[in-house]
Write a protein that binds this ligand. Structure first.
Ligand code: SAM
Ligand code: DTB
Ligand code: SF4
Length: 333
């Protein structure tokens, strides 16, 4: 790989830009690894405490039987993934899980439902969950699929802090992965969430067989939104038996780390979350991701339906790296 002379590794820029072009993003990806990480870490330090990690815990509040065909997802009803579907959980069960997550050190509780889009009556139950979790003193996030204006308004009124809705990949590659809803559907939901005044959590998945250009274009979509998402989850595909993406060639871990670094540079004030896939990453790889500017994780033994590192392992990793948890989602600006 050769570095572009147009980009100096020490050039500092915490300007929040929304006009990223493909050639400059590809030039970032192509920097010598040390230069890229140095640049990302420099920008990271200009905006955040470099040793502080925001910690979120996930709970699947409605599992499986989903009508969508997302090729990575074990919760689609179309694939035989050996998953036991579960209806929407009672509020008290969710609150017990949130309490446990809080005791383990999570500051945000994220509730995920395997829906294409929720019904209005589902939203009422979710609002009760949000209110209960907030009463525990935690930040709240939900991911429920596509939303209407009425639903985003109701969630905002109910006190929701964050809505997670991922773009997943580039617009070009998208139809290889999902056919039952469009890229524009996703952008429309994101715009509704923003319009309602809810913080946006939006990222994607790498390791799905996409190209370098697709990864750059995904980051461009995210960074060129009218406002950067406050949280940007970068997921490494978790390959699940029975899903169409099972058996996809694994992504070079160094490209994953580069993706974190480029995301940090392009969205300097956002929380970049080292998300799904940590269970298959070494401690050393995760340390490099933190060095590259990741400053948020999912914490807890499970993601939604698949395994995450044990909390005891993560606490030990934080100790070994001198990291501490805490922090609001967005750098002061
Ligand atoms: N059903 C809702 C939706 O799709 O918007 C919310 C839940 S869905 C499981 C949330 C996100 O999890 C997806 O958009 C995707 O980015 C991520 N995800 C799902 N399965 C994954 C997998 N096997 N590996 C990595 N990320 C995954
Ligand atoms: C996100 O970007 N990753 C999380 C969360 N948002 C909802 C989900 C990861 C799911 C991994 C597969 C599973 O456990 O089912
Ligand atoms: Fe359904 Fe969400 Fe899974 Fe897609 S990612 S199949 S919408 S649960």
């Amino acid at each position: 790989m050769s570095a572009s002379p147009a980009i100096s590794p020490t050039q500092q820029s915490t300007t929040t830009r929304h006009d990223w072009q493909l050639d400059e993003v590809q030039a970032l990806y192509a920097l010598p690894f040390n230069d890229l990480i140095f640049k990302a870490q420099t920008i990271h330090r200009e905006n955040f405490d470099p040793n502080e990690i925001q910690v979120s815990s996930l709970l699947s509040i409605k599992t499986g039987s989903c009508s969508e065909d997302c090729g990575y997802c074990p919760q689609s009803a179309r694939y035989d993934s050996d998953l036991t579907p579960e209806a929407l959980m009672p509020v008290d069960v969710v609150l017990k899980a949130a309490q446990k997550a809080k005791e383990q050190g999570a500051s945000r509780f994220c509730m995920g439902a395997a829906w294409r889009q929720p019904k209005d009556r589902d939203i009422e139950r979710v609002v009760e969950m949000v209110q209960g979790v907030k009463a525990l003193g935690m930040e709240t996030c939900v991911t429920l699929g596509m939303l209407t204006d009425t639903q985003t308004a109701r969630l905002k009124e109910g006190g929701l802090d964050y809505y997670n809705h991922n773009l997943d990949t580039s617009e070009d590659y998208y139809s290889e992965i999902i056919t039952t809803r469009t890229y524009q559907d996703r952008l429309d939901t994101l715009a509704r969430v923003r319009e309602a005044g809810i913080n946006v959590c939006c990222g994607g998945i790498v390791g799905m067989g996409e190209s370098d250009v697709d990864r750059s274009k995904l980051l461009i979509e995210l960074a060129n939104l009218p406002k950067h998402p406050e949280s940007v989850p970068v997921n490494m595909l978790v390959q699940v038996e029975g899903t169409p993406l099972m058996g996809t060639e694994a992504l070079d871990p160094l490209i994953f780390i580069r993706t974190i670094a480029v995301a940090r540079i392009m969205m300097p004030k956002s929380r970049v979350r080292l998300s799904a896939g940590r269970n298959n990453m070494s401690d050393e790889m995760q340390a490099l991701c933190f060095l590259a500017g990741a400053n948020s994780i999912f914490y807890g033994d499970k993601l939604l339906t698949t395994d995450n590192p044990m909390t005891s392992h993560d606490s030990r990793l934080f100790e070994r790296l001198g990291l501490h948890s805490g922090g609001s989602s967005y750098a002061n600006d």
